[in-house]
Design a protein around this ligand. Structure first.
Ligand code: TXA
Ligand code: MG
Length: 351
């Protein structure tokens, strides 16, 4: 299949994309978090094509994107006052809410579940596409299943060129990691995937919020509430290790730097290609040919926006071993470490 690629600023680009969506085709488009791979959420055939193009297991449900808060009531049952308060505070924006689904939402879109995940993105191109097409857009991240999510149109092209009808290029996204998912069907609203909207921010609006225990417990037998969180994910092709101080995980100590340098030396001598993921302030501390920057330590937003691009750079240089510093787990740092630890398949070295 020939994939049409157009900049969102190009005259008529959104119109072409809208027509494709209306006839059940697939369009990748920018959102403020990551690029999404969109299809008509109410058409089972469109959802099945999304799974096929991504190579995604079909029990992993899709998020439905809307352009108007009131559309929630067409798709979801029992929208609680707490949900409405969150919608008022954080929509449009990087927050997905899970509700009991209405009959119109096909099981193909929800991975067989009776619940539906809904988000109203703030990216102007995404909002225009939803409005102009008149379609509720089911959209997972626009990457091949298992690879890092795309934060630029080039990342989408790497994974999906030739497999979907169109890619809308709106430039690099702002946030860089996927939306916070909150399950509103449980007694106490529960975070199923951490993101830019933090627990503190949610609690400032509705009071107590829980974090899905499967995300924080070392017990591997707990099933995450968001099926997607159980898969190996966001992973570069090389072996990624996180090296952290056992005394204070927030500080990149001399011990951490020495450990990373000795691992780099060891693996390089064995003939492997090695990369180090670090931030601006520590980059000169490492002796490695491939230093890949993750932004600035004190500013989580710069790290989030670079994270997936950095992991893809590791693939581009065909790194066999990758060593990364850790980050604090507060607020946005928690979302960053959730992705990084999954990318590393939980390989953390404490020194
Ligand atoms: O920021 C985002 O959310 C991006 C952009 C494109 O909007 N989308 C995204 O979609 O990250 P995806 O498919 O890569 O991740 C969706 C996550 C998966 O972990 C999935 O299991 C979970 O949402 N999910 C979707 N519907 C659910 C439901 N009904 N119950 C529990 N989890 C659900
Ligand atoms: Mg994804």
């Amino acid at each position: 299949m020939e994939t049409i690629i157009k900049k969102t600023s190009e005259n008529g680009a959104i119109k072409v994309a809208s027509e494709i969506l209306k006839r059940g085709g697939l369009v990748a488009f920018p959102t403020e978090t990551v690029y999404g791979l969109g299809g008509d959420a109410l058409r089972p055939d469109a959802s099945m094509h999304i799974y096929k193009a991504k190579g995604r297991p079909s029990d992993n449900p899709l998020i439905v994107h809307i352009a108007d808060k009131k559309d929630v009531y067409n798709l979801a049952e029992n929208v609680s006052p707490k949900a409405e308060a969150l919608m008022e505070a954080f929509w449009p924006g990087p927050m997905t809410l899970i509700f009991n689904k209405k009959e119109v939402v096909p099981k193909e879109t929800t991975g067989g579940l009776n619940t539906v995940a809904i988000r109203m993105p703030s990216h102007p191109d995404a909002a225009r596409l939803i409005r102009e097409s008149g379609v509720y857009i089911a959209a997972p991240s626009a990457n091949t299943s298992g690879r890092p999510s795309p934060s630029t149109a080039e990342h989408v092209i790497e994974d999906l060129d030739g497999k979907i009808d169109m890619i809308l290029d709106g430039g690099p996204v702002g946030i860089g990691i996927e939306s916070t998912i909150v399950d509103m069907t449980s007694e106490i609203p529960t975070i199923c995937r951490p993101g830019f909207i933090t627990k503190k921010m949610l609690e400032s609006i509705i009071g107590e919020v829980e974090i899905d225990k499967a995300l924080i417990s070392p017990d591997k037998n707990l099933h995450p509430k968001a099926p997607g969180m159980k898969y190996t994910h966001y992973a570069p092709q090389g072996q990624l290790y996180i090296v952290e101080s056992s005394v204070d995980e927030r500080v990149v100590t001399e011990e951490v730097i020495n450990k990373i340098n000795s691992l780099v030396e060891e693996k390089s001598k064995e003939g492997f290609k090695v990369a180090v993921l670090t931030t601006k302030d520590k980059m000169s501390s490492y002796k490695c040919d491939n230093i890949i920057l993750l932004g600035e330590k004190g500013d989580g937003t710069t790290v989030a926006s670079r994270l997936y691009a950095a992991l893809r750079e590791c693939d581009a240089i065909q790194a066999d071993y990758i060593y990364s510093e850790g980050f604090n787990r507060d607020d946005l740092g928690g979302a960053i470490m959730n992705r990084l630890i999954k990318s590393a398949g939980h390989k953390v070295i404490l020194v």
